[in-house]
Design a binder for this molecule. Structure first.
Ligand SMILES: C[S@@+](CC[C@H](N)C(=O)[O-])C[C@H]1O[C@@H](n2cnc3c(N)ncnc32)[C@H](O)[C@@H]1O
Length: 209
C-alpha cells in the first residue's frame, strides 16, 4: 500500500465502523442526554453565532441547540451524517452537514464562534491534531464544549486497563487519553472542568481561545 493510503487507514476504519454502528447508535448513546444538555448549557450558544459540531455523529446534540441558526456539522461517516440530516429535519433545523476529517478541517481560520466536541477526542485517531484544528477555526474569544472520557491528568493506566484499551479503541473508544496531554498541543485555555460521571472518568470542560 502507498504511504498516503497507510496514513488514511485510521479514517477509513472509523468511517467503516461508524457506518456499521449508525443504525443502533442513538439507542446506545441516549444515556448521555443529561450530560449533553449540561455541556451545551455551559457553552451557551447564541442564535446568531456560527457553531461547528466536530465528529457530530447522528446529531443527538441538536436537541439542545434548536435556537441556533448557523450550525455546521462534520463527521467522517456518511452513515452517521445521513441520520443527523434526518434528525435535523424532524427538529425543523437547518444544518450544513459535511463529510470531513476532524484532523484536517476544510474551513478558514477564525470562522466559528463556538465548537462542540462531544465524544470525539477519545475516538479520532490523533486528538492533538484535532484540537489544533479546532483552535485554528475558532475566532479569538471563541469557546469549545468538550464532553468525553479521560484519565485524570496525573493518572497512569494500570496494566489491565492498558490491555483492555487494545480492544476498546478498536471497537469503541480510547479509554487512556488525558485531556491535559491533548490541550498541551494548543493554546486553548480550560476555563471550566467538571466531573460528568464514573468517578470523573467522564468530564465536561469548557475551553476558550
Ligand atoms: C462516539 S461518536 C460521537 C458522535 C457525537 N459527537 C455524539 O456525541 O453522539 C464518534 C464520532 O466520531 C466520528 N469520527 C471518527 N473519526 C473521525 C474523524 N477522523 N473525523 C471526523 N469524525 C470522526 C465517528 O464517525 C462518530 O460519528
Amino acid at each position: 500500500m502507498e504511504p498516503s493510503r497507510w496514513r488514511r487507514w485510521p479514517q477509513v476504519f472509523n468511517r467503516w465502523r461508524y457506518n456499521l454502528y449508525a443504525p443502533v447508535y442513538d439507542r446506545l448513546a441516549q444515556a448521555f442526554a443529561a450530560r449533553r444538555r449540561r455541556s451545551i448549557a455551559l457553552l451557551n450558544p447564541q442564535p446568531e453565532e456560527r457553531i461547528l459540531l466536530v465528529a457530530a455523529g447522528t446529531g443527538l446534540d441538536l436537541d439542545f441547540m434548536v435556537r441556533c441558526r448557523h450550525l455546521v456539522a462534520i463527521d467522517i461517516s456518511d452513515g452517521m451524517l445521513a441520520r443527523l440530516r434526518a434528525h435535523a429535519a424532524t427538529l425543523g433545523m437547518e444544518v450544513d452537514a459535511r463529510v470531513m476529517d476532524a484532523q484536517a478541517l476544510e474551513f478558514a481560520d477564525a470562522s466559528f464562534d463556538a465548537v462542540v466536541l462531544h465524544l470525539a477526542l477519545a475516538v479520532v485517531p490523533d486528538p492533538r491534531a484535532c484540537i489544533r484544528e479546532v483552535e485554528r477555526v475558532l475566532k479569538p474569544g471563541g469557546r469549545v464544549a468538550v464532553f468525553d472520557k479521560f484519565l485524570h491528568d496525573d493518572q497512569r493506566p494500570s496494566l489491565l486497563r492498558s490491555a483492555g484499551n487494545l480492544l476498546s479503541r478498536v471497537i469503541a473508544t480510547d479509554i487512556n487519553r488525558r485531556l491535559a496531554d491533548i490541550l498541551a498541543a494548543c493554546r486553548l485555555r480550560k476555563v471550566h472542568d467538571e466531573d460528568a460521571g464514573l468517578g470523573g472518568f467522564f468530564r465536561i470542560a469548557i475551553l476558550r481561545k
